[in-house]
Design a protein around this ligand. Sequence first.
Ligand code: NOJ
Ligand code: CA
Length: 566
Amino acid sequence: MNEFAKTWWKESVVYQIYPRSFQDSNGDGIGDLQGIISKLDYLAFLGIDVLWLSPHFDSPNDDNGYDIRDYYNVMEEFGTMKEFDLMLKRLQKNGIKLIIDLVVNHTSDEHRWFRESKSSHDNPYRDYYIWKEGVEKGRPPNNWPSFFGGSAWEWDEASGEYYLHYFGKKQPDLNWENPKVREEVYDIMRFWLDKGVDGFRMDVIPFISKHQDFLDIPEDSLNHPEFIYASGPRLHEFLEEMNREVLSKYDTMTVGEAFGVTEECTQLMTDERRNELDMVFLFDIGRIGRENWRQNEWTLPQLKAMFNIQSEVGNFHWPTQFFNNHDNPRSVSKYGNDSPKYRETSAKLLAMLLLTQKGTPFLYQGEEIGMTNYPFTSLDQFDDIEVKGNIDKVLKSGASPEEFLQELNKTSRDHARTPMQWNKKPNAGFSGGEKSWLSVNPNFEIINVESNLNNPKSVFHFYRQLIEIRRNSTDLIYGDYFDIDPGHTKVFAYTRAGIRFTYLIMLNMSDSMVKYQVRFEFQDYELLLSNIPTTPNKISTNYIELQPWEARIYKSKPITNRVEYE
Ligand code: NOJ
Ligand code: CA
């Protein structure tokens, strides 16, 4: 029934912290490590097993820490190495593992290596980065675009060459062809693993191997260069080497951000019989309906098809499940309905979807209380380098500022980055200072941790209950996923069939009531949890009336004739 070997990271629930926006401890308006330490009891109470910390390294913050200046130091605004060590110790005391963000496709241009590299052609660090002459004066080596606007090549007057940057111009790409660069990366990994961290989330890891012909990419790929950038020839070789040199020597969990990869590449990166990564984040579900900064309509059958693709990647691939992270809008605003009438119910439905799917679930800070998108009213409110860098191009392409704003209100990364809403106090309790680095969502008086904790029927307690159910059910973790009704436009209904039990999950992902037909085989299944008070607690009729955004999970009687997991 299931070819997988059991491991701790398959059984874990992961919680992502974006340190800048989680909790400020000293009133400067910026979240920090002491702030995280002060909230560890809260995380333990929620029931998470692993914390993923977005970059905490020294950085000039051009891309909020995804531009690292020193991999061996903590960002000053976040605290000190001593505080990092204390945080790690406290996490361990609470039984929570820690994975950190490994951002090694690029560094900051303020990294010592880049400063050396830039200083002259014969500097030993020159080859740590990718330098090329222009095709002619004033014209970069090829047409590769940067994700943050303009060309991916930046001219350096002093040395008379261009350097490559897939992201901002303050994020030069490392040259992984150079074995010294790879050794440096492995040293960084060993340093943090030896400290006691349990693994890595790897930033845009498929981009590390560059196409060495540096040819122009076809015109029709210019809006989606990720598909080209992710298909470099030596990716698997590099990942195998990293695994051999470092990962295989520790008990780690690794998850690669798989922007732009094909299904075949996903298989190769995560196949358990190979030695590359444990898991990857795929982009299909998170980007459904997305066309760059635009959000188009999508349907439930399309979404279900994406879950099916995940489950079909192969028997030896273990999926991840996530709706939120620091690069995406808030899930309740995108997949649910964030109007006062349905916000809580639909946030709970999404909790059930996330925690009953096959794969390791990743929650993002604030998701557990149903935080929503921020109501931006003008373009200058955005902080994100992605918005700032692309604004000219978007307006030049003919879009009006109003249209751009309207779409960003659905797609911007800043929705996820507004401060965590802890209570009703000023700055939502995120900071005791005057101002937070990014505005707090005005709905914090209604949506905050304190009111969630005080209300046993809150979104928070629903997450807790589901995490608890999942923890106590091997079958819900390892059981087979089967979509029983892929074409239904409102109800997402699926089973998770394990060795002793089968679970039936029914989610009405619409604003209307649905009379849903239940197959005979599910008669007598027992209700485990629902987001709307529901009777009876057993399936005993052919039809079930599902209220708008209603979510239910049922459990079968014990089954005796199925085989054991390995
Ligand atoms: C992906 C990260 O998640 C995103 O926040 C960042 O801007 C880019 N990689 C560049 O590091
Ligand atoms: Ca602070």
